[in-house]
Design a protein around this ligand. Structure first.
Ligand code: HEM
Ligand code: HEM
Length: 180
């Protein structure tokens, strides 16, 4: 068990709370657009629009994450509730690290997939630099990597939300107010 330091705040600083919920919104859009666009026929004009929207929101996810990590490194964070067991503290820290790692790896893999296939990445029409070279006949593995990362992220988010619900309703330790 860890002791609570009276000097530390009860909640995450406001910019981090706002950035958390903005990220939740952006990831929801990414999953909805990603799944719908993959199901559409190649001749459907909505497909290209959804790909454009998906890539733009993916780029926004990267920008939000960079800002968030920059703010986080300069902020005093709230201590975890002292009622948490040591193993729960360890799982929470590694779980959050895992979320951050997947939040950067997933969009980068999407960007790599587009660049490697020579398909431009634009932010609502604004062309963005190529981060990866185009490679002829690269195949579909890079798309598969992006998909696997996206679904691993979704799985970890499910565990993350389950942990918040467990703390609130089973342990009666509300951690949700720290991020609201
Ligand atoms: C964390 C951010 C992202 C998430 C959670 C995400 C999620 C997804 C999902 C769920 C799919 C559908 C996969 C399938 O059903 O096979 C998809 C496909 C795709 N995404 Fe993303 N995406 C993200 C960021 C990006 C970015 C930044 C780009 C490009 C700049 C991108 C480009 C693509 C492309 C090109 C596909 C089609 C892949 C294929 O044809 O195999 N995504 N994404
Ligand atoms: C309804 C959905 C969600 C709820 C209720 C929720 C709730 C929370 C709560 C309560 C915390 C604070 C944990 C603590 O006490 O330290 C937190 C932190 C965090 N959440 Fe979520 N979350 C949700 C969705 C997401 C999603 C979709 C992502 C990422 C894609 C995410 C990523 C994170 C990360 C990385 C942290 C760690 C913050 C830090 O320490 O910098 N969350 N979330």
């Amino acid at each position: 068990m860890s002791d609570t330091n009276p000097e530390t705040p009860e909640k995450y600083p406001a910019p981090l709370r706002i950035l958390h919920w903005l990220a939740v919104t952006v990831f929801t859009v990414l999953f909805i657009t990603g799944l719908i666009m993959e199901d559409l026929d190649k001749t459907d004009p909505l497909r290209a629009d959804l790909f454009g929207l998906h890539k733009s929101f993916g780029v926004i996810a990267i920008i939000l994450l960079i800002v968030r990590l920059w703010v986080r490194l300069r902020s005093t964070l709230p201590d975890l509730p002292p009622s948490l067991q040591d193993w729960e503290v360890t799982v929470a820290h590694w779980g959050h690290r895992g979320l951050y790692a997947l939040m950067i790896a997933t969009p980068l893999a999407g960007w790599a997939h587009s660049d490697l296939h020579g398909r431009p990445v634009k932010l609502f029409g604004l062309p963005l630099p190529k981060l990866f070279p185009t490679i002829e006949n690269i195949g579909s593995t890079t798309g598969l990597i992006h998909t696997v990362l996206a679904f691993t992220l979704l799985g970890l988010v499910a565990v993350h939300v389950a942990a918040v619900i467990k703390h609130r309703y089973v342990d009666r330790t509300d951690v949700l107010h720290r991020i609201l």
